[in-house]
Design a protein around this ligand. Structure first.
Ligand SMILES: *Cc1c(COP(=O)(O)O)cnc(C)c1O
Length: 411
């Protein structure tokens, strides 16, 4: 793979995102095989990586899609997904956007009482999912809080009585309960607590056919990181879910919406070393990219392992890896790498999720190309942007004329 990536960097140029499709297939299988329930649907969270070829790969494997905007839904349709396999889980969008998604035939998640009332008034016949905020704090485990009380997401469990009142008043059909905490959850017992709480809420909804537990699955970024043990969680969860189905005397569908878990590890971001700068404090390595292409280290303080694939046996030295943007854009401080020389290729690991999909044109830089490796062959799945792309929506005014017009009203 390593030599292959050096060749791919040379062939397609850098900066470049490369996804190993075989890794994506493996992660999807691992996830699916971890659960032992009658009806399981895995909705890939599109916002993690929205390239159409990636979406088509998920479609081919039998996944559904989780979309947070009407644009993601349209990409999903383009990739061939059936509307009913698309679940729309937005936050803070207009009723018009819900309407469009309803007309397309997607599953709709409501996370706000005000929206629920509007749905009741306008589309009482469309079935919905209720997104619940469980306000669960995982005691004793700092940093692991689940749908905390001041989160903007979901309808508070304390407002379920209002939900019940409104659904009765407008005769709205609730087809599922949804919970997505957004947190990195690694321990089976936290999942278990969320599950048990959600079951008590689901009890109050007669007609539900699904429960959607969103995501929160964590993957390794560093050697010693804790990560979700999917097999362990899957088997425990399946047991709880099967018991609940038995209690309800019906086969509910268990849904999840993993993003990061499915694609993060498949991705490599390849950059060229532009310059090496020795200061009195440290050695800077500046690559031909920045937070315009990979924002996670600056935005979330995320750790991405970096490797010098041009000099894998070079002497180990300490570097600060930075970008070429005119802002502080530090990818990594005090990082040990094999000796880095100008023109070497640095590889950033875990670049599959929330990397390209968060890229921008800041500093008027062009977005990178994307390559997919599938069954051992590499394919270009997005061209590198061009200057025309940067200019395509600009309306260029005749400023000279407008600026020099004499304003008659002021004389
Ligand atoms: C972002 C998101 C996900 C995916 O989260 P990951 O951490 O990438 O697995 C799932 N469901 C909803 C509603 C989301 O907003």
């Amino acid at each position: 793979m390593k030599n292959n990536l050096t060749r791919i960097a040379q062939e397609y140029g850098t900066p470049l995102y490369v996804y190993d499709g075989d890794v994506i297939v493996q992660k999807y299988q691992d996830f699916k095989n971890a659960f032992n329930v009658k009806n399981l649907k895995i909705h890939f969270a599109a916002k993690a990586l929205t390239n159409l070829s990636i979406l088509k790969l998920f479609k081919e494997m039998g996944a559904g899609l989780d979309c947070v905007s009407i644009e993601e839904i349209k990409l999903g349709l383009k990739a061939g997904f059936d509307p009913e396999d698309i679940i729309f889980t937005p936050n803070g969008v207009s009723i018009e956007e819900y309407k469009e998604a309803i007309n397309i035939g997607c599953k709709i998640t409501i996370d706000n009482i005000s929206v629920l009332e509007k749905i009741g008034l306008n589309f009482p016949e469309s079935p919905i999912f209720i997104r619940v905020n469980p306000h669960l704090m995982a005691g004793g485990h700092n940093n692991i809080s689940v749908g905390h009380i001041d989160s903007k997401f979901g309808i508070s469990i304390h407002q379920i009585p209002i939900v019940l009142r409104l659904t009765k008043k407008y005769n709205i059909k609730v087809e599922g309960i949804h919970v997505h905490t957004g947190s990195d959850i690694v321990e089976a017992d936290i999942f278990e607590r969320v599950a048990n709480l959600i079951f008590t809420i689901a009890d109050q909804f007669e007609d539900i056919t699904s429960i959607d537990f969103g995501s929160g699955f964590k993957i390794k970024y560093k050697e010693n990181d804790l990560c979700t043990e999917i097999e362990k969680i899957g088997s425990r969860f399946s047991e709880l879910f099967n018991n609940y189905c038995e209690k309800r005397k019906k086969d509910l569908t268990l849904r999840f919406e993993p993003g990061k878990f499915l694609v993060s590890e498949s991705g490599s971001f390849l950059t060229d070393v532009n310059v090496i700068k020795q200061t009195t404090a440290c050695t800077f390595v500046a690559v031909n990219s920045g937070f315009n292409h990979l924002i996670r280290p600056m935005f979330y303080n995320s750790y991405h392992k970096i490797r010098n694939i041009s000099n894998p046996n070079g002497e180990k030295k300490m570097y600060s890896v930075v970008g070429y943007i005119c802002e502080s854009d530090t990818f990594a401080d005090d990082r040990i790498l094999n000796e880095v020389r100008e023109k070497d290729i640095l590889l950033f690991e875990n670049a599959g999720a929330y990397c390209f999909s968060m890229a921008s044109n800041y500093n008027s830089r062009l977005k990178p190309a994307e390559v997919l490796i599938l069954k051992g062959k590499d394919y270009l799945i997005r061209e590198r942007e061009t200057m025309e792309d940067l200019l395509s929506n600009q309306k260029v005014l005749d400023i000279k004329n407008i600026y020099n017009q004499v304003d008659k009203t002021k004389s």
